[in-house]
Design a protein around this ligand. Structure first.
Ligand SMILES: [Zn+2]
Length: 379
């Protein structure tokens, strides 16, 4: 009888610990995707505020700093849209983010003009290109184009463009200041052997004064998972040191991770394995592991753990790809996987990537898979 109660108690504790974790994870995602952080980008101080928030989280969790005040600072040029973002087509005002986006490298423009039709999707005037797209996907530019581009959403804009009134302000920042947030849990037996978790915290920022890109899946979810893992490793230190880095500048071209590998705070050769998390907020259709064919032994190990514990429904292998922050590490010879999940909402680099739509289907099992995988690696 006692045994049963003890077991029930242990189970209850496990459930509570778990529930707490998911609550924390959701809270981190809600916070980072909120308007206060303005898409963790280049206007309204969004990325800086996110860096402050993460630094506080690292401190509260109890991580040791890998750089002064946890920050590895760097700069890069970026085109920003801090102010006016108004497009009126044939007399009808369009909604930013929903009906149109501005090309990320566009110079600002204020004019009222007739458009010339080139074909069914392309329309032009002097200094302006207008193009229809089936899906509006924004990004970040580090250089300025010669022409302003407006992408129109074919699903919401039904009229043929004839007249356009445009009032868009840009500001090109030649030295935007950003910082990677870096901390660690010291290894108990082999502190100079390193396991590393990374996730970029920057996103696209805002497009004009009233529209921002929340980036819940990309990549508030990855950052939230990283922080939850940091909490776990503070309570359960491994024989190897576990390093946590939230990169900036990923959306501008993997700039934070590129800077890190050029200015590593410890020898990169110490890294026994790195897992990069980016777009991990779904999972009903499993997950993909980039670099699995480059590191087949590690991929085998991950699959064995996954099969024996029935965690992720399917793990898709994928070869090398320069599509997230693992890339420069693996180019430098650091064994690295990049994990992203599949299934559920398809929002990507648009205004619909919001926390309410994020199911976090694989969150708990991905967490467990990483913990057990790293556990085996540091045995
Ligand atoms: Zn991303």
């Amino acid at each position: 009888m006692k045994k049963i109660f003890a077991l029930m108690f242990i189970n209850l504790m496990a459930i509570c610990a778990h529930a707490q974790d998911i609550t924390y994870t959701k809270n981190v995602i809600d916070t980072l995707a909120s308007a206060k952080y303005w898409g963790r980008g280049y206007t309204k101080g969004g990325m800086k505020l996110a860096a402050d928030y993460l630094t506080n989280q690292f401190k509260e969790i109890g991580l040791e700093p890998l750089a002064e005040d946890f920050r590895q600072r760097f700069e890069y040029p970026v085109n920003t849209f801090p102010g006016k973002m108004s497009v009126t087509l044939n007399g009808k005002q369009l909604v930013p983010g929903q009906d149109f986006i501005v090309g990320n490298g566009s110079p600002g423009l204020k004019e009222s003009t007739r458009l010339k039709k080139l074909d069914s999707v392309n329309f032009v005037s002097a200094g302006l290109n207008v193009v229809f797209k089936d899906k509006l996907t924004w990004s970040v530019a580090t250089s300025l184009d010669s022409l302003t581009t407006i992408e129109l959403n074919t699903n919401t804009v039904k009229q043929t463009p004839k007249r356009i009134e445009i009032d868009i302000e840009n500001k090109f920042d030649s030295a935007f200041r950003a910082a990677n947030i870096c901390g660690f849990v010291r290894g108990t037996k082999h502190p100079d052997s390193v396991l590393m978790i990374t996730a970029h915290y920057d996103h696209l920022g805002g497009m004009g004064a009233d529209t921002y890109f929340p980036g819940a899946n990309d990549n508030a979810a990855g950052v939230a998972t990283l922080l939850s893992l940091a909490k776990y490793y503070i309570k359960n230190p491994q024989s190897y040191t576990v390093v946590f880095v939230c990169f900036a500048g990923e959306e501008a071209g993997l700039l934070g991770s590129g800077f890190f590998v050029q200015h590593p705070p410890f020898p990169l050769a110490n890294i026994k394995f790195l897992i990069n998390l980016d777009l991990v907020g779904t999972g009903s259709e499993g997950m993909t592991v980039v670099n699995s064919t480059v590191y087949p032994k590690a991929f085998d190990l991950m699959n064995k753990i996954n099969d024996s514990e029935h965690l992720i429904s399917v793990i898709h292998p994928r070869g090398k790809a320069a599509n997230s922050d693992h890339y420069f590490f693996s180019q430098m010879g650091v064994p690295a996987f990049f994990i992203y999940t599949q299934g559920g909402p398809k929002a990507y680099h648009d205004i619909y990537d919001v926390p309410q739509n994020l199911p976090l289907t694989a969150y708990q099992n991905l967490f467990k898979l990483i913990v057990d995988f790293f556990g085996k690696l540091s045995e």
